[in-house]
Design a protein around this ligand. Structure first.
Ligand code: NAD
Length: 544
């Protein structure tokens, strides 16, 4: 068996190049499935943020903005497509550095002659999906198959926003219809400026891409701060940007701890907007910092989403599979996880029996192992937090119907069995708070209105699902669930074309789709007075 590739030792990606953090600090990278230290990442501080913001600002302003911010959307689209590797790069139109041009020419020749692929360091996302997925797996503990799907989504997201960047050109100068003739008005959509993008660890590169791709498509320049718990693939994105010759400073990547590297971005006077995904607690801190400068923020925060299952479902297993997918995928470390399961009383017992059978059938293993469907959670801290949630539920009187512990066959790594908790009351912590682990809590209902009341019994409002063979009932419930996303007869499909985001304490603003692009655009009204005569409000003074 070939030895696994080495974990690259990278610096901070600032101004198109790599530099060590000013204070020289680094953070160890721990593979959560083995507990081994496998590398380290730079620990940036305010000094580095200063450099990154300065680089982003000069890239935004370079040549009056004509190099990036005011370049055509079609120009920016070429870079986004190049990151994904959708189309062969036209070196000339991208103004690549000569040495990079050579790489691409060599690659073309290699392909023509059937010679081996380019070295990893010279490949883009689609060309190194399996490597990036491997890196994501050893960094985060997620099953390899999930990481591969994530990387496919990353490439698709860059391509999608390349399309929207191109379409943006046709939307400029949109005329506004006015009820008078002396004025003519049109609208320009302009990039907001330098944006700070602060992201979590559950989908490290994908969550970053949901922000980087639309921000760059809009013409913003950015400072990305991924989570200190999983930054490796985001640093590889820096290498890809370097490889394709993205203009220096358009994307800067700063790794480090939240208070040291994230907080200075949120409070920086030259960062024009913050887009944040993470916990509600950090979201509040970021909003407070940004408020001091009346800086716009968009927040994608936590959730405690319900999945309501009615007694009319003909195929119980089909519904059970969605319940399993909804809460155990990515070890339940999903903001939209449907972690509150509401079962109609007539099917509850049968459903729970099957749920336990399906849970027992999930392959829990080293996430690199073939067929793994439940890996480890991200860290020791998260492992202990989840275990505490389970013990508190038990002490508050709930029943651990299945799981609740480390799988017996895995002595090392931060693994937790898929856990099903019943006899839950609405005052219990397990009902009210986000666990962010493979833990589902269950309540039984009698009527549709009781189901809706329970579904909405949360401070969060990210997502919700309903499973029933009565589609009219599903549509009815979709309207009254207080959340930004509702799934009918499924849970968790995430589509780059459709809006994503929450209500209540799950945050505000929408990512993905055209809404994701709007997050980074500022709307400018341009109005022209077009009559030859004076406007005539004031009396013209005499000429004497
Ligand atoms: P977190 O809030 O601990 O950290 C998120 C990011 O914020 C990290 O990069 C962290 O370093 C940074 N950070 C921490 N303190 C900071 C500070 N004071 N100032 C600036 N930045 C700071 O969240 P997490 O543990 O990484 O992620 C899990 C949370 O993310 C869960 O609550 C989950 O629901 C949420 N999430 C939401 C979505 C969504 O789309 N709504 C998606 C994924 C994750």
């Amino acid at each position: 068996m070939a030895a696994p590739p080495a974990i690259p030792r990278r610096g901070l990606f600032i101004g198109g190049g790599w530099r060590e953090p000013t204070l020289g600090r680094r953070i160890p990278v721990i593979n959560p499935a083995t507990e081994d230290t496998i590398g380290d990442i730079p620990a940036a501080t305010a000094e580095d943020v200063e450099l990154a913001v300065a680089a982003a600002r000069s890239a935004f302003l370079l040549d009056g903005g004509s190099r990036w911010a005011r370049a055509s959307g079609a120009t920016r689209a070429k870079y986004l497509n190049a990151i994904a590797a959708k189309v062969p790069i036209s070196c000339v139109s991208l103004n690549l550095r000569p040495e990079v041009r050579c790489i691409h020419v060599h690659r073309k020749v290699r392909r023509m002659h059937g010679v081996a692929e380019a070295p990893l360091s010279h490949r883009r996302i689609k060309e190194k999906i399996s490597y990036l997925a491997w890196l994501e797996t050893v960094d985060s503990g997620k099953p390899k198959d999930e990481a591969v799907a994530d990387m496919d989504d990353v490439a698709a997201c860059f391509e999608f926003y390349a399309g929207l960047a191109e379409a943006l050109d046709g939307k400029q100068h949109a005329p506004i219809s006015l009820p008078m003739e002396e004025f003519k008005t049109y609208v320009l959509k302009e990039p907001i400026g330098v944006v700070g993008l602060i992201t979590p660890w559950n989908y490290p590169l994908l969550m970053a891409t949901w922000k980087v791709a639309p921000a760059l498509a809009a013409g913003c320049t950015a400072v990305l701060k991924p989570s200190e718990l999983a930054s490796l693939t985001c640093l590889e994105l820096g290498a890809i940007c370097e490889e394709i010759g993205l203009p220096s400073g358009v994307l800067n990547i700063i790794t480090g701890l939240g208070p040291d590297a994230g907080a200075p971005i949120a409070s920086h006077p030259h960062v024009d907007k913050i887009a944040f995904t993470g916990s509600t607690a950090t979201g509040k801190t970021i909003m407070t910092a940004a408020a001091q400068m009346v800086k716009p923020v968009s927040l994608e925060l936590g959730g405690k989403s319900p999945l309501v299952i009615f007694d009319d479902v003909a195929d119980i297993d089909k519904a059970v599979e969605w319940a399993v997918f909804g809460c155990f995928f990515n070890s339940g470390q999903v903001c939209s996880a449907t972690s509150r399961l509401l079962l109609h009383e007539k099917i509850a017992e049968r459903f729970l029996d099957r749920l336990v059978e399906w849970a027992k059938n999930i392959k829990i293993s080293d996430p690199l192992e073939e067929g793994c469907r439940l890996g480890s959670v991200i860290s020791k801290g998260q492992y202990e937090k989840i275990k505490k949630f389970i013990s508190t539920a038990r002490s508050e009187g709930a029943t651990i119907l299945h799981g609740g512990d480390r799988p017996k066959h895995l002595g090392k790594g931060f693994f937790i069995e898929p856990t099903i908790i019943t006899d839950v009351s609405t005052s219990m912590q397990i009902w009210r708070e986000e666990v962010f682990g493979p833990v589902i809590c269950v309540k039984v209902f009698k009527t549709e209105s009781e189901a809706v009341e329970l579904a909405n019994d949360t401070h969060y409002g990210l997502a919700g699902g309903v499973i029933s063979d009565d589609l009219q009932r599903c549509e009815r419930i979709a309207k009254v669930i207080h959340s930004g996303i509702v799934w009918i007869n499924c849970s968790q499909p995430t589509l780059v074309q459709a809006p994503w985001g929450g209500n209540k304490r799950s945050g505000f603003g929408r990512e993905l789709g055209e809404w994701g692009l709007e997050n980074y655009l500022s709307v400018k009204q341009v109005t022209r007075y077009c009559k030859d005569e004076l406007y005539g409000w004031y009396q013209r003074p005499s000429k004497l």
